[in-house]
Design a protein around this ligand. Structure first.
Ligand SMILES: *Cc1c(COP(=O)(O)O)cnc(C)c1O
Length: 400
């Protein structure tokens, strides 16, 4: 099989501006003129090929970024949104009607969980939550009216790995779509190559990598992406979660360094994981052979990008997690902040922050310890120094 290389796919794009500008010009316009009235009418009827109409529908700057995302994922098309939640909610709502059913991983981003659990029932859409790593329970949850199997490649915050090829086979038995949130593993895993139908992203995280804005993306077939922007029935068109073109253009520039950043995040995380193991910490890092999802990730990954920048350590109690986080911030390990994929290390206590939408009893059921401390490992040039600081904090607090 020819190697799939998301980084070269982006590198190979020839996107330049109208004056030969190497960074495509920013289209700072909400609306567009037509030289002939007929072209406008055609565009409204979905026939205005290559015409831009209004920026909630399409904007040239957004199109450049969407094309780069489609190239990276190996999909026919993509759409960009103002946040990851904008992408996830639009992508799901486009596929389900009242009376339909969704099977979803119980470990997902807290906002996604809340949308599936609390918001969709308003529309009489039923969601069954399952342990996505248990394929039998996924099979059992499937119904004739299941339209979507929803999961994350590497799930938040437990860092479990989804078996995408098997899930896509299960989805196909009832004609459901496999939708995958690949926010934690851009470039590392290309879900479409493993049977996913639709890939969604929070570009706020690794893809942009600067923590200066929110953004999201939906990647899939041309037919599906066109359905999202349909003027009569497209969720993205009608709910309007459009990304600002100034942001599209800044994110497009950052995407071109994503491969280098992913390699460094992965290398730094692997170093920390190995040292955490030496000092006997309880942690999850899918790059370590003893970690549950390791073999599965190895089968699916584009290996040159490593195992990703996310590590979770279990401090057992929320109190101990808080003490460690405050001290690590003072020592300059990174910031006590939610979010991920930043150039500095970020850490947060998942159960009390980004997964706090998930009720405590469900957190227990999914095996989420209240002391789980999630690290998004930064691009530190000297990661050994960062480990030494973490080690110092652990000793000072008498945790080791
Ligand atoms: C942050 C995040 C989201 C939500 O994205 P926003 O850009 O904050 O709307 C969705 N999924 C995952 C895995 C995330 O980490």
């Amino acid at each position: 099989m020819k190697k799939f290389d998301p980084a070269s796919n982006i590198q190979d794009l020839l996107q330049f501006g109208e004056f030969g500008d190497v960074n495509p010009s920013i289209t700072d316009s909400a609306t567009y003129t037509f030289l002939e009235a007929k072209s406008m009418i055609d565009t409204f009827h979905g026939e205005g090929h290559g015409c831009f109409l209004y920026s909630r529908h399409w904007n040239p700057s957004n199109k450049y970024l969407a094309d780069a995302m489609a190239a990276m994922e190996g999909t026919e098309a993509a759409w960009v949104t103002a946040s990851g939640m904008g992408a996830i909610t639009s992508a799901i709502l486009q596929l389900v009607n009242s009376g339909d059913h969704i099977v979803a991983s119980i470990t997902t981003y807290g906002g996604t969980y809340a949308f599936l659990k609390n918001y969709l029932p308003k529309f009489n859409i039923d969601v069954t939550f399952v342990d996505i790593t248990n394929l039998d329970s996924v099979k059992k949850a499937i119904r004739p009216n299941t339209k979507v199997i929803y999961t994350e490649t590497m799930t938040n915050p437990m860092l479990n790995i989804s078996d995408l090829p098997s899930l896509s086979k299960i989805a196909a038995t009832v004609g459901a779509k496999l939708m995958v949130d690949n926010t934690f593993t851009p470039m590392i895993v290309s879900p479409i190559k493993h049977g996913a139908d639709i890939v969604v992203y929070s570009m706020t995280k690794f893809i942009n990598g600067k923590n200066d804005c929110l953004a999201g993306a939906i990647c899939g077939s041309m037919e599906y992406i066109n359905s999202l922007s349909d003027v009569n029935s497209g969720t993205a068109m009608l709910l309007g979660p459009v990304l600002d073109p100034l942001r599209s253009s800044s994110i497009l520039k950052n995407i071109h360094t994503l491969h280098i950043r992913m390699k460094q995040h992965s290398a730094n995380a692997m170093y920390l994981a190995q040292r955490f193991k030496e000092i006997g910490l309880k942690f999850v890092y899918p790059g370590m052979p003893e970690c549950k999802g390791h073999d599965l990730l190895r089968l699916m990954m584009n290996p040159e990008f490593g195992y990703g920048g996310m590590i979770a350590i279990d401090m057992e109690t929320a109190e101990r997690a808080s003490q460690l986080m405050e001290m690590m911030q003072k020592q300059g390990v990174g910031y006590l902040a939610v979010s991920l994929g930043y150039f500095k290390t970020l850490f947060s206590n998942s159960g009390k922050s980004t997964s706090s939408e998930i009720p405590e009893d469900i957190q227990k059921e999914m095996g989420l310890s209240e002391g789980l401390l999630r690290f998004s490992v930064g691009l530190d040039n000297d990661i050994q120094r960062s480990f030494d600081k973490i080690h110092y904090c652990l000793k000072e607090l008498k945790f080791i």
